[in-house]
Ligand binder design. Sequence first.
Ligand code: FES
Length: 160
Amino acid sequence: MSKSIVINNKTYPIDVADDMPLLWFLRDKLELTGTKFGCGMGLCGACTVLLDGQAVRACVMPVSALTNKSITTIEGLSATGDHPLQKAWVANNVPQCGYCQAGQIMNAAGFLATNKTPTSEDIDTAMQGNICRCGTYQRIKQAVSDAAAVMNQDMYKEVK
Ligand code: FES
């Protein structure tokens, strides 16, 4: 039986070499180039995507090991680019060169799914593995905090 993978809610056959990293599958095969190549060793976070909702590094993950798994990339975070994190990124003018920022946002998305009311230290700990060569860390932190607040308000509206 052929293997398949779900990416941004669409199913794709895994018809590449077994050892192809998910990152190359996304970028070269599907032309989803929002996910970036940084270090290639799972250390910098530029290639962060969500695997069944959890932040993972796509450069060190063979796509063949992800049969029937669900991946979300920056392109799939929101159909219209208006996820609270994306809005907070714009409002805080976070990016500088921008290269790391999709990975930063995806890492933050995975984190906020597990911690709805993060403290300042929680954000530091969650985001410390995502490197930004431009040093935009303070703005990233503010944007994560702002997005968490907005997401909580939205949640409150939903249960009312
Ligand atoms: Fe340039 Fe982060 S904005 S690496």
